[in-house]
Write a protein that binds this ligand. Structure first.
Ligand code: GRG
Ligand code: ZN
Length: 313
């Protein structure tokens, strides 16, 4: 069995950070905030966050904040709830939540809740259970869940539950592992997991494991390393992680490494990227791979960071 090329992955992430002007970075420009969260969280799970200039990252994050309180994907970009969660998570990683005007961020998020309890992603109004999860996760980290209608938020998520036990992006939307993570996470963060039929959903989720050991996101689809996160975190939150073959999944993730130049791809021999490197390492952390920090399946932050937020340790 191969091993995790931890050192190579650290080098890969640090090199992506330095290559700001190349093609990939131009394509990723608008996603810089998410990319920074993926890269920095991976470094933390690998125990190497001290390789980063904290003040530089924190001041860049704060420059991405809009007067509305939301954050953009980069300096001067429009705010969106997707980037706002990444910004808050990055500040949490560095124990710098104190630089935030918490009421301002809270008002931005609370202003995106709709009458039916759902959340829009930004001022343009697209509704998706991703945005419900993000709002609840962000407000929970900021300890401001009381500033929205959490009961309505939960009811909306329950209205997106399907007969197969899974969840979609809106009521009637097809079950997809990514949306399931968002809905299970949102219910976990609000103490509402009793709305889930754990055996039914656990069965759907464990059927995502294919012959190679990898997981797909829906029936008949190809496996992809990122589902190691979306599916596994959901299985853990509903106490059914023992229903998949952990050894085979570890092997699949390790097979997707570029052992020469670092980084992890979606499938063996594909090109690596920061997104799949994060989900590969985070998946291995959920699988208790040796040498990695533990990650919290609901907050998508290292467990020690979550403990520091809520218990001050
Ligand atoms: C903090 C971890 C974290 C997440 C924030 C943005 C977000 C909340 C969640 C996204 C959930 C989601 C919908 C993930 C799925 C992403 C994905 C791989 C989509 C691909 O879907 P298809 O249909 O691909 O293009 P398949 O794999 O079905 O062929
Ligand atoms: Zn993927």
């Amino acid at each position: 069995m191969g091993e995790l090329a931890a050192k190579k992955h650290v080098q890969y992430i640090l090199s992506v950070e330095k290559r700001k002007d190349d093609l990939v970075s131009v394509v990723m420009e608008h996603l810089r905030m998410n990319g920074a969260y993926w890269g920095l969280t991976t470094l933390d799970l690998l125990g190497k966050l001290d390789n980063v200039d904290v003040d530089k990252v924190v001041s860049w994050v704060m420059e991405c904040q809009h007067e509305s309180g939301g954050f953009g994907g980069n300096i001067g970009h429009d705010p969106h709830i997707l980037y706002t969660l990444s910004a808050v998570q990055i500040l949490a990683l560095f124990d710098k939540l104190n630089v935030l005007d918490v009421d301002k961020v809270t008002n931005y998020i609370a202003g995106l809740q709709n009458e039916d309890g759902s959340f829009s992603g930004d001022m343009w109004g697209e509704v998706d259970t991703r945005f419900s999860y993000i709002s609840l996760c962000c407000l929970s980290i900021l300890r401001r869940l009381n500033k929205i209608n959490a009961e309505k938020a939960v009811n909306y998520i329950v209205s997106c539950k399907n007969l197969d036990g899974g969840f979609g992006s809106t009521p009637g939307g097809e079950s997809h592992a990514g949306q399931i993570f968002c809905c299970v996470g949102a219910l976990a963060l609000t103490g509402s997991l009793h709305h889930i039929d754990k055996d039914l959903l656990g069965w759907w989720l464990c059927e995502r494991q294919v012959k190679s050991g990898g997981l797909n996101g829906r029936p008949e689809k190809l496996p992809d390393v990122c589902y190691s996160w979306w599916v596994l975190s959901s299985l853990i939150m509903i106490d059914r992680v023992h229903w998949i073959n952990k050894e085979k999944l570890v092997q699949y993730i390790l097979d997707c490494q570029d052992t020469e130049n670092g980084g992890i791809s979606d499938r063996p021999d594909d090109a690596v990227d920061v997104y799949h490197t994060y989900f590969g390492v985070a998946g291995l952390s959920l699988l208790e791979y040796p040498g990695l920090k533990a990650i919290d399946p609901a907050y998508a932050l290292p467990v020690d960071v979550v403990n520091r937020i809520f218990f001050g340790k």
